[in-house]
Ligand binder design. Structure first.
Ligand SMILES: Cc1cc2nc3c(=O)[nH]c(=O)nc-3n(C[C@H](O)[C@H](O)[C@H](O)COP(=O)(O)OP(=O)(O)OC[C@H]3O[C@@H](n4cnc5c(N)ncnc54)[C@H](O)[C@@H]3O)c2cc1C
Length: 321
């Protein structure tokens, strides 16, 4: 069993893998390029017009089919919302990964651009820190390691280039996974809209819209909405500038709402890899001879629960359970 494991990605899969390994006495270090753990289980906070708004702009609601995720939701204080079996983080979605990250060593703003070395002595090479939207600098600034093993808990298309050098055969397998993009619009309005709390429109660029402020423990005095472009629309318009996607989705939402007041805040976020369309079909990948593995929702299905299951499965296999 490896004694030290580096985990690239502190989303649900990476966190769940780290917790499982820690429970078996394996030392782990997580590295994430973001400013907070959680990945696609995310909350964006903004200030506009002298007010604070929060939007769960990634996963919208969580459902648990198995005992592990049920326990994860319960332990992180998630609460019911809207439909039978739907849960959300409280007071925001990001509270769930925050709870999972407690007690773990997580290095944030630490993008990994290469996995180098050999079995038993892997090194991670990092990119120079950059602000959101800023292009990656060519120079890498530092390295971490050595580690006995490395886990890639990042979306499959982002894992492929990191695997090509040390494990090209794994890269070829991961290349088969397909993940759909999703343009997401976040908007706050000065007054309540005459719409139900959730919508799944047909024949619109928007595939899902929800009154985020209707979730438990949110500021109900705000009228915060999250609207997602459908997969076909998002794919077709993936390379729009954020302002262009924002304008197009706001127009589509105005059509659904029969008109809109001027928003107090509106911004769009491009999830290049959002929802798994073609999964790997195995709980995780692990190459014991190399000490390299991969986990993520993309191993199993397009759901947050799949990420937790995949990470836990990889942790167990590495620990020899
Ligand atoms: C818009 C949207 C809506 C969704 N709706 C739902 C829903 O309603 N219900 C549901 O169950 N699921 C939903 N999902 C899916 C759910 O969010 C995911 O299944 C789950 O969060 C995936 O977790 P993960 O750990 O596999 O990956 P991620 O959450 O993507 O975590 C990967 C982490 O790796 C980091 N990373 C990537 N590359 C590097 C690198 N080179 N170096 C360092 N760090 C790196 C990222 O910053 C990220 O934190 C939605 C997702 C999106 C985007």
């Amino acid at each position: 069993m490896p004694r030290s494991v580096a985990i690239v990605g502190a989303g649900l899969a990476g966190l769940s893998c780290a917790r499982t390994l820690a429970a078996h006495g394996v030392e782990t270090r997580l590295f994430d390029k973001g400013r907070a753990p959680g990945g696609r289980l995310a909350t964006r906070r903004v200030e506009a017009e002298g007010r604070a708004f929060a939007f769960d702009h990634g996963a919208q609601y969580l459902t648990a089919r198995g005992a592990l995720f049920r326990a994860t939701l319960e332990a992180s204080g998630a609460q019911a919302w809207q439909a039978d079996g739907w849960h959300v983080g409280v007071p925001r979605m990001s509270a769930i990964p925050r709870a999972l990250a407690e007690g773990l060593e997580v290095a944030l703003a630490r993008e990994v651009v290469a996995v180098e070395g050999a079995a038993g002595a892997w090194m991670l090479r990092h990119a120079a820190p950059r602000r959101p939207g800023q292009k990656q600098a060519d120079d890498t600034v530092e390295a971490s390691g050595p580690f006995d093993a490395v886990v890639l808990a990042i979306p499959a298309p982002q894992a492929v280039p990191l695997l090509r050098g040390p494990a090209p055969h794994l890269a070829r397998v991961v290349e088969m996974v397909r993940i759909a993009p999703c343009w997401t619009l976040m908007a706050a309005f000065p007054s309540r809209l005459a719409l139900p709390d959730t919508l799944r429109p047909e024949g619109s660029p928007i595939g899902w819209a929800a009154r985020d402020s209707s979730k438990p423990a949110r500021d109900a005095a705000t009228e915060c909405w999250v609207m997602q472009g459908g997969p076909a629309w998002s794919r077709e318009h993936l390379e729009l500038r954020a302002e262009e996607a924002q304008a197009a989705l706001l127009t589509a939402f105005a059509e659904l709402a029969g008109g809109l007041p001027a928003p107090l805040h509106a911004s769009a976020h491009r999830w290049r890899y959002a929802l798994v369309e073609q999964a790997l079909g195995a709980p995780c990948l692990w190459e014991p001879a190399l000490g390299l593995g991969a986990a993520g929702d993309w191993c199993i299905a397009a759901r947050a629960e799949a990420a937790v299951e995949s990470g836990a499965a990889l942790g167990a296999v590495i620990a020899g359970r």
